[in-house]
Design a protein around this ligand. Structure first.
Ligand SMILES: O=C(CO)[C@H](O)[C@H](O)COP(=O)(O)O
Length: 227
């Protein structure tokens, strides 16, 4: 189980301090939402943010969620910036048969690769990708903005995605992580976990309540408590 706070809801004027507070509370990976104003109607960060992040936090993972159309241009840019994992949208790629070669490219660069699926995309598309990718990001809201509500059919989609990746992960022991993103709080994280999620992206729940360490603690407790 891994919690990856999305910095989208952090206070940009105090970003370093807020990341440090989450690190001190036990966070080892951050989710960096990159939005192009076209694939989604919002704008956010660029490669300089990833470079600065890795300069200040070299031992903390930077996971980049590309919400943009220009996958072929952006993947190398963010790999060079030092991203530890890059995930782009299945809906944004022109030719899904090329996704496997991006996995090879990123592995050669020492990064990992994920594919993100919008709530309206059939998780069966993962069948052909599972042997190559490291992570499947199952969006639990439509991408673009933080602070939305976890979609009610998400548990079913997570369960179905897990079944597909487990069945097609190429060799025994190779595990494709299932990540969820959107509307994650202590309650929805447990629903997602019960359905098979491994990585939990939370933005407003961690950064929007004025007590980052307390929120990390609460989410960690919810995801580790015995039933
Ligand atoms: O990808 C995203 C938006 O497209 C964000 O990571 C996500 O929405 C996190 O915010 P919150 O936890 O507040 O829903």
């Amino acid at each position: 189980m891994l919690i990856a706070p999305s910095i989208l809801n952090a206070d940009n004027m105090f970003l370093g301090e807020q990341i440090q507070e989450a690190v001190d509370a036990g966070i080892t990976r951050f989710h960096i939402d990159v939005m192009d104003g076209h694939f989604v109607s919002n704008l956010s960060y660029g490669p300089q943010l990833v470079k600065d992040f890795k300069r200040h936090f070299p031992n903390v993972q930077a996971e980049v969620h590309l919400m943009g159309d220009k996958v072929n241009e952006m993947v190398p840019v963010f790999a060079d910036a030092g991203a530890d994992l890059i995930e782009f949208h299945y809906e944004a790629v022109e030719n899904p048969n090329q996704i496997g070669s991006w996995a090879d490219y990123l592995h050669r660069h020492g990064s990992r690769m994920g594919v993100a699926l919008n709530p309206s995309t059939d998780v069966k598309v993962l069948t052909k990708l599972a042997a190559k990718i490291d992570q499947a990001l199952i969006m639990t809201v439509f991408p673009g903005f933080g602070g939305q509500k976890f979609l009610p059919d998400s548990a079913e989609r997570i369960r179905a995605a897990k079944e597909v990746v487990d069945a097609h992960a190429s060799r025994p022991g190779r595990r494709v992580m299932i990540e969820v993103d959107g509307g994650i709080n202590a309650e929805t994280a447990k629903i997602a976990q019960a359905a098979g999620a491994d990585v939990f992206v939370a933005g407003s729940y961690i950064f929007g309540k004025g007590d980052i360490a307390g929120q990390v603690k609460e989410l960690t407790a919810a995801l580790t408590e015995e039933e």
